[in-house]
Structure formats: C-alpha cells, structure tokens
Design a binder for this molecule. Structure first.
Ligand code: ZN
Length: 108
C-alpha cells in the first residue's frame, strides 16, 4: 500500500526545527494526483506544522513486505541490522537443535 509506505517513510524524517521524528499519526496525506503527493506533517514535540510535496514515480517505490504490525515495526526502529555473524550463529544453533522446545524454554 503506497500510502502506508509514505507514512512509514516520513515517520523516519526528523523535524527541521527540533530534530524529533514525526509520529505516524501526525502525518496526513492531503492529496495525490499523477504521482504528486501533498503531505502535511505536524511535529508533536515543538508544534511545527509543515507541508511536503513528494513526486513518486511508478515503479520506483518498493513496498516493504512485512507481517509486522505498526507497533511491532516501531519496536525494531532503533535495533541494529542483522549481521552475517547472527545468521551464522542461528545456523549453528539450528544444526544442533533437536526440536526439544521444552528443555530450551523451561530449563531448570
Ligand atoms: Zn519539532
């Protein structure tokens, strides 16, 4: 969905006045025609209101495919990206793992 993508994108933009990130609920899409999106942003921290015009060309935006909800998405905003070492660790763990979740989670 393009609208939710744009909202997520602008939720990563910092307010030009106070530097705080915009809250997704304070980002409103006002109009959209021929790839021109007019977006209103409101900074909850300093109260600054702004208008952003964005030109979005067809095919240049890839929707983020995720099964995370909006709030789960925010949980990971500040987390570090997964590194190769993390994948190798998980690979080695799964190689040895016998499927016994009971002893994994309910270890004495
Ligand atoms: Zn601000």
């Amino acid at each position: 969905m393009r609208e939710s993508f744009l909202k997520r994108l602008f939720a990563k933009v910092n307010c030009g006045i106070c530097g705080q990130k915009y809250d997704a609920s304070n980002i409103k899409i006002l109009d959209q025609e021929d790839g021109l999106w007019v977006i209103s942003v409101y900074c909850g921290s300093c109260g600054t209101q702004g208008l952003i015009a964005a030109v979005v060309q067809e095919g240049n935006i890839t929707d983020i495919i995720t099964d995370l909800t909006e709030s789960e998405h925010h949980l990971f905003d500040d987390k570090e990206a997964i590194r190769v070492e993390d994948v190798v660790d998980m690979h080695n763990f799964l190689k040895e793992f016998d499927g016994d979740f009971d002893s994994l989670f309910f270890k004495e």
